[in-house]
Structure formats: structure tokens, C-alpha cells
Design a protein around this ligand. Structure first.
Ligand SMILES: [Fe+2]
Length: 189
């Protein structure tokens, strides 16, 4: 069960429309290394974890990734707000033709979200190893976005999201150590 708070985990206040950047950032909503995939991966993997701590961590981080989806969707929406027809036609047409100005879970090339981009293996070590890789992939994507961004109002929340991927990677690393210790004590697979 979740309790919903009606505010973003980190504020977004973008004033300058930029449909091109909206299209790029959409990848972190429904792309292969985006927040929807992260959330579904962790919230599904948690059931097969052997310790309370591992279950709890996946629930915590999976929940936070849902909050990150909200932040990314808000960024995309604010970047589209106020764009002229011409700007949309020039910079956003591949997404616009299918979804208008709605926020659809897809990559920046318009590929719809697919659960094929994530795995639930039922093996705790395998799943946490994937999660550590997933956090690094998300961090890299945010860094590529930062390379292309020039608006401080966009850079600020993207930096926050990038920072959180680093924290998640570290927390998964701690749980990996715990699982390895447990594995050395008794075989649970
Ligand atoms: Fe994350």
C-alpha cells in the first residue's frame, strides 16, 4: 500500500519551451533505462528476496522511482508548454504525430515502453547485480542529457535525478554484500 503526497520529490519550474529537449528527456520516462522500468523492476523483484532488508530496499527504491517518473513527466510537459506550432513541427513531430502533447511512456525515438528491457530472475544476486547496472545506465543517460542541456531550470532537476541514481547504486552495493555473506553461510538458491 502507498500513501500519496501531492507534491513532487524535487521541484520543477521550467519557463522556456524546448520541445527537442522534451523529446530527449522522454527516454527517462519510458525508455529502456528510464524511471518506469526501474520502478517496475524493483517493485517486482522484491518478492523473491531472502531478507527483510533486501525486500525493504527494493520497495523503498522502487517507490522513489515512481516519484522520479512524476518529476520526468513534469519536466517533459513543462518543456512542451507554450511551444508554437512551428517549433513542435520542427522539433517534436515524431512524438506529436502519435501522442500530441500527452506524456506517453516511450523512448526519445518513440519506441513504446517494454518490460523486455528489464528482468526478474528470482535469483537475488542476479537481480541486485542487474539493479546496480541499471542505476549506472540511468546515471549515464542523465549525464548525456546534461551534456545537451543549457537551461538551468532543466539542469537543476536532472542533476537531482542523477544524484539519486548514485545513491541507489551505493545502497544496492550494500545489499549485495549482505546477500553474498548470506550465500557464504548457507545456499539459498
Ligand atoms: Fe534509481
Amino acid at each position: 500500500m502507498w500513501i500519496y503526497q501531492k507534491n513532487l520529490e524535487y521541484p520543477v519550474n521550467i519557463k522556456r519551451p524546448d520541445p527537442k529537449m522534451a523529446q530527449l528527456i522522454l527516454s527517462q520516462y519510458g525508455g529502456p533505462d528510464g524511471e518506469l522500468g526501474a520502478s517496475l523492476r524493483y517493485l517486482s523483484q522484491r518478492y523473491a528476496m531472502p531478507t527483510k532488508e533486501a525486500k525493504g530496499l527494493l520497495t523503498d527504491i522502487g517507490t522513489e522511482e515512481l516519484a522520479h517518473m512524476e518529476i520526468v513527466a513534469t519536466i517533459v510537459r513543462q518543456l512542451l508548454k507554450g511551444s508554437g506550432k512551428e517549433q513542435i513541427a520542427d522539433e517534436y513531430s515524431p512524438i506529436y504525430v502519435n501522442h500530441g502533447l500527452g506524456v506517453y511512456p516511450a523512448s526519445s525515438t518513440g519506441e513504446p515502453f517494454t518490460a523486455a528491457a528489464l528482468q526478474v530472475k528470482g535469483d537475488p544476486i542476479t537481480d541486485i547485480a542487474e539493479d546496480m547496472g541499471a542505476e549506472q545506465k540511468a546515471r549515464s543517460t542523465y549525464e548525456y542529457i546534461l551534456d545537451m542541456a543549457d537551461d538551468p531550470d532543466v539542469i537543476d532537476p536532472i542533476k537531482f535525478l542523477r544524484e539519486r541514481e548514485i545513491v541507489h547504486f551505493q545502497r544496492f552495493g550494500e545489499i549485495m554484500n549482505q546477500l553474498n555473506e548470506l550465500k557464504n553461510k548457507k545456499k539459498f538458491y
